[in-house]
Design a protein. Sequence first.
Lengths: 318, 405
Amino acid sequence: MTQSNSRIMLILFVVVAAVVPLVFASGYQLFQLTLVVAYALSVLGKNLVTGYGGQVSLGQGAFYAVGAYTAAILMEHFNVPYWATLPVAAVVTGMVGLALGLPALRLGGLYLALVTFAMAVAVPQLLKYKLFENWTGGVQGIVLNKPDAPFGLPLDPDQWVYLFTLAVGVVLFVAATNLVRSRIGLALMAIRDQPLAAEAMGVELSRYKTLTFGFGALFTGVGGALGAIAVGFVSPDSFSIALSLTLFVGMVIGGASSISGAVYGALFIVFVPNLAEEISKAIPGAIFGVILILFMFFAPGGIASLLSAQMRRFRAAR
Amino acid sequence: MKRRTVLAGLGLAGVGGLAAPAIIRPAMGATVVGVTKTEIKIGHIVPYSGNASSYGVGGRSHSAFFKRVNDMGGVAGRKINFISLDDGYNPAKTVEQARRLVEQEQVAFLFNPLGTPTNTAIHRYMNQRKVPHLFLATSADKWGDYKAFPWTIGYAPSYRTEAQIYGKYIKQQRPNAKAALIYQNDDFGKDYLHGLQDVYGKDFDKTFIKVVTYEASDATVDSQVVTMKDSGAEVLVTGAIPKFSAQVIRKAFDIGWKPLHIMSNVSASIASTITPAGPEKAEGVITSQYLKDPTDPDFKDAPDMKEWREFMAKYLPDGDTTDANYVYAYSVATLMHIVLKQCGEDFSRENIMKQASNVKKVALPLLLPNMTAATTPTDFRPLKQLQLARWKKDTWERFGDIIGA
């Protein structure tokens, strides 16, 4: 496929993703789709760190929480409009990511996984902590107002929030695609695959590893902020360790080193648990597990790689 | 310009599509959703998965309860369609499930959704949508706020009600004693502070000479117990979760402090409070109850206990009949059933809410003897009575009369 072709495909996809749900989806479905975009951004952040950067992070949920709380606190205590909270959430989570990227230099593999895991365990407790309680609302969390459509657009809040979230998502996905194709992306993959060779070629390991952590956190944080705006509520119980594991599942199912994989992964983590519950209320967890295993069996490289393999076969047949 | 028109048109089409779903309007201003000539759709949310999944039995009990209602002919000739969803105690998921029930499944109302943070997440949504949010499975006091949230109503005695009852008891038993209070520094704990302040008013500071707090994330409350003892207080009220209640009991015993100790009934669990503290150290501690304990020999032959056991045997043969969650669920489901019967033929959301807030004193099964549930349009707290119980050797012994707040 040529460059211009893929651009047309992208524009088509975005138009369809924006228009079709507005016409056909109910408020509830729009809400789910909004969550898909928010989770897709978060999984994308994880893809950058783990899929492209090769660093195992189990604590991506912590960045999601930081992004969500940044947005919520700004809206609740400083009357910042919801859209203006996103850049701040991006900067804050990016900084937190950079700071955490420092130990990432010293710790490799499993140790890093543990440190990030510890972070995800700690964050819900910190959110309840007395010192921050005036800001975070403690266990009670913060209830947010749903934004109305601006400029008198004839959209209800669900439709508007979806469009807004989708727009932010598209911009960040394009940015991530460019990032991965840039020198930074190439350097990252070089480090992941052959750290020694990469270093010998003049790639500065520490710099790139820290950067990835920062970027990964940034994407996940913006996803968290968008999720908080859509849900209209944040509390420590919303960001338990299960969230980090869910994002991990999304990454693996979607396809770890793929940009589009983040979207498939997000669709999976939003819709499959409900599907599992439809099948059996008694053992939704077990059903979810079985579906997970089936996916790993039939799409071992993630949905993205399965699809691109199909696409190649289709083109070869033509 | 052109594009904007198209977009506006699409938006309008979307809004029209949203408003279209089957809303029948029988009377002026009345909204009937989720009820047909043959069916009443009820929504429910509970954690079937995750850390709080032990509460999932509530959902299983309700499903069985409404199955029995249907087997006996339903309500006003309609079968109950009870849809119970899992939120894993994650408030973000609760929002999703509540919206699914309200917008997708088009239920008439939500019944008994569980948890304080989870219900907080949907509190505003339910009231904006004007969907009844009935008999919540959480004891926070804020569910009684009928002015700001006229579509939400609680069930069990709130922590604040509980503290008011403790205050009355202390006032009566030890009118001149000095007291101390320890509470968890959040909405749950503060309900105890507020309840005692309700009773003592201006005299609160004179009576409660030492008030201390702890954080749920703290490791221990030992130092707080020592300062309370040093204040010379002879009465102690503990508004805490089991882990910390156990520490208070143990530390007070170890430093030789023997106050009249009243402890929140959240911590009444033998397994998670009394055993870790040491049963001998808990001797004389007082808490409160409103449900019949299924293991209590006093109630072995009580008619409501028999009715419940028959229900369990027939509809939930593998359910654990020592699990108090089943007792709780049966009592609250009965209240729901009563409200539905009270609706007559009018199942508009307005009338369902009206009936839920006009329950004349009714003795629900499995409440302690002589206890009743009642609501009025200005009283959204169905249960307001408790009976005190004292820890003696290896069991809670109920004593005294039923006390109302």
